[in-house]
Design a protein around this ligand. Sequence first.
Ligand SMILES: *[C@@H]1O[C@H](CO)[C@@H](O)[C@H](O)[C@H]1NC(C)=O
Ligand SMILES: *[C@@H]1O[C@H](CO)[C@@H](O)[C@H](O)[C@H]1NC(C)=O
Ligand SMILES: *[C@@H]1O[C@H](CO)[C@@H](O)[C@H](O)[C@H]1NC(C)=O
Ligand SMILES: *[C@@H]1O[C@H](CO)[C@@H](O)[C@H](O)[C@H]1NC(C)=O
Ligand SMILES: *[C@@H]1O[C@H](CO)[C@@H](O)[C@H](O)[C@H]1NC(C)=O
Ligand SMILES: *[C@@H]1O[C@H](CO)[C@@H](O)[C@H](O)[C@H]1NC(C)=O
Ligand SMILES: *[C@@H]1O[C@H](CO)[C@@H](O)[C@H](O)[C@H]1NC(C)=O
Ligand SMILES: *[C@@H]1O[C@H](CO)[C@@H](O)[C@H](O)[C@H]1NC(C)=O
Ligand SMILES: *[C@@H]1O[C@H](CO)[C@@H](O)[C@H](O)[C@H]1NC(C)=O
Length: 542
Amino acid sequence: MLTQGTVFALLGAVSSVAADVYTVPSQPNANGEPFDGFVSYSIEFASFPDFAGNKSAPNTFSYNLINNLGALSGSKPYIRVGGNTQDYALYNASLKTSLVGIVDPSRSPDYPTTIHIGPSYFESYSTWPGVKFSHGLNLGLGANRSEGWQTLVDTVPLACKALSQGNLYTWEYGNEPDLFSTSAQGPVRPSTWNESTYAWQWLNGTAEIKKQIQKHCPALSLFGEPKFMAPSYAGTGNHLKAPLAFQDGLDKNKDIQFFSTHNYISGATSPGVTLQGTLMNHNKTVSSIQGHLPEYNAIFPTPEAQKATPLIFGECNSLYNQGRPGLSNTFGAALWGIDFNLYAASVGFKRVHMHMGTNYRYQAWQPVETDLASRGTKAPYYGNIAVSATLGASNLLPVSITNIPLADAYEAAYAAHYTSPLLNGHLARITVLNMRGYNTTVDGQGLDPLPNPPPRSSQSYTFAVSGVRNGELVGIQRLLANGSDAITGITFDGWSYNYELALGKPVRLHNVTVGETARVKNGQVTVQVPDSSAVVLNFPLL
Ligand SMILES: *[C@@H]1O[C@H](CO)[C@@H](O)[C@H](O)[C@H]1NC(C)=O
Ligand SMILES: *[C@@H]1O[C@H](CO)[C@@H](O)[C@H](O)[C@H]1NC(C)=O
Ligand SMILES: *[C@@H]1O[C@H](CO)[C@@H](O)[C@H](O)[C@H]1NC(C)=O
Ligand SMILES: *[C@@H]1O[C@H](CO)[C@@H](O)[C@H](O)[C@H]1NC(C)=O
Ligand SMILES: *[C@@H]1O[C@H](CO)[C@@H](O)[C@H](O)[C@H]1NC(C)=O
Ligand SMILES: *[C@@H]1O[C@H](CO)[C@@H](O)[C@H](O)[C@H]1NC(C)=O
Ligand SMILES: *[C@@H]1O[C@H](CO)[C@@H](O)[C@H](O)[C@H]1NC(C)=O
Ligand SMILES: *[C@@H]1O[C@H](CO)[C@@H](O)[C@H](O)[C@H]1NC(C)=O
Ligand SMILES: *[C@@H]1O[C@H](CO)[C@@H](O)[C@H](O)[C@H]1NC(C)=O
């Protein structure tokens, strides 16, 4: 039996084999400075009322989890409200409830594909003070049938009023239009759908959005507003290519504020998908993220152009089709999420919106109790916490993220250097992921504990840290769980954010060791990292 207490006993027992010394760059990575609220979320349009609640019943559990991330990184996550269901939503002014959705299992078992929203849908934008939102408008049906166009005309005024409380992030018109003519949930465009038609329809619809905002929310029409995230493609290999849409004038009005792209590492039912091979695998994460850079660099070739239209993941997560139990909901997926977020930051992504919806297997939390899932904080949330801890209070002391290449595909490390001139590129933190799988439950399902789990190995990592004085103490925070197959019992630096303890507010557990340190010797620092766990090393601020 291996408890979190015995992890530390194990650490003491590991014999230190002469290992590689990894050199941490002495300067920040010019490309790797993320925005505030880097760890952000994308909430499925149809699930937004579940996540946020409404005026009479705000979802305070969700709000607590959002605030935890805000407290660690200095600003709250930004929320994109969108996804497949934004392109099914039609407006019905007589509807008394926020949303009526009909699930057609042959199209998707997880979300409705026939959707009506009522005026009270927009109450959900008022329940989380201090959070900024993007609202996803319907292009799928908006340029397909008259009800869809009428929905645009009728809902822009409601959305802009709801987003007039200092809570507007940006606008979005259409989700994954590169799949409109091929969608597995049923095409909404003929096979002749191409980049020119898309650009034309997008320009036509966004002109209407601007007109309505100017009329109903003039304060949101000043200083070149409103602006958009686009093209929100599902990927780079589908029917529509982003560079062609831009050549066809998508950004001719210079109102695309963020170049938003989407990513999933693989699919929930794709053959051969495993935790170790697909998610807890730095190589896979690197190649998946790298695949987005050529089109962005082609459309925005200069540093000035990239500064004007930064690159973000507007929607992403582990496995598309809402994830798979035993993979997307495990602690292993939480470790993957850290690698994914930090690698994205290191190559120039400025914000990452992790997608979720009610009952989705990859969600960071389940906001309400349903027949299919219990309300609660899920494993991936703890990965988001560790990313926020790596970035620190980046609103006050911004950092830049650098990937430190390690020897093996099942491990990864990142350095965070301060970028403000006063702090002169000083090393702030190093985060190390040991993603070698380790199971403690039957069949790795996270449910029934194995009576005799195998011994847990550990790796020793040594980093050469120039600019940190010998003898300095380095604070160690650990992200721990019983194994990569755990779906609960996760802590970061001894903190639990579980629903059942304090509705998602942080609770310090007394059965997890905290306060561990390491000392810098000969310009190096060494840390032991058990398989399937992560550490954040905190260097003193001069
Ligand atoms: C630690 O304490 C928490 C909260 O009381 C409990 O749920 C958990 O099972 C404990 N963990 C171990 C390894 O004993
Ligand atoms: C709109 O909602 C009202 C109230 O539920 C309902 O009676 C009406 O049939 C709905 N209209 C459409 C077009 O769905
Ligand atoms: C607000 O949320 C509560 C709890 O889910 C629900 O009972 C109520 O109908 C909602 N109100 C509206 C106007 O949708
Ligand atoms: C609307 O979508 C249907 C497929 O559902 C397609 O056959 C039709 O051509 C589309 N209409 C327009 C105007 O794009
Ligand atoms: C898209 O289709 C239209 C009409 O068929 C055609 O005129 C246009 O050149 C096509 N655009 C692209 C980028 O293929
Ligand atoms: C934009 O599209 C709508 C709906 O399809 C149409 O009624 C309108 O004429 C279009 N606007 C322009 C400027 O073509
Ligand atoms: C990971 O990538 C490195 C460098 O490209 C390669 O040498 C190694 O074999 C890869 N490992 C796995 C497990 O794919
Ligand atoms: C954990 O369990 C899963 C599912 O049975 C299995 O595929 C995987 O190889 C196991 N991992 C380890 C490290 O034993
Ligand atoms: C973790 O392992 C310990 C020791 O085997 C066990 O008591 C505890 O229930 C496990 N925690 C979870 C969440 O499975």
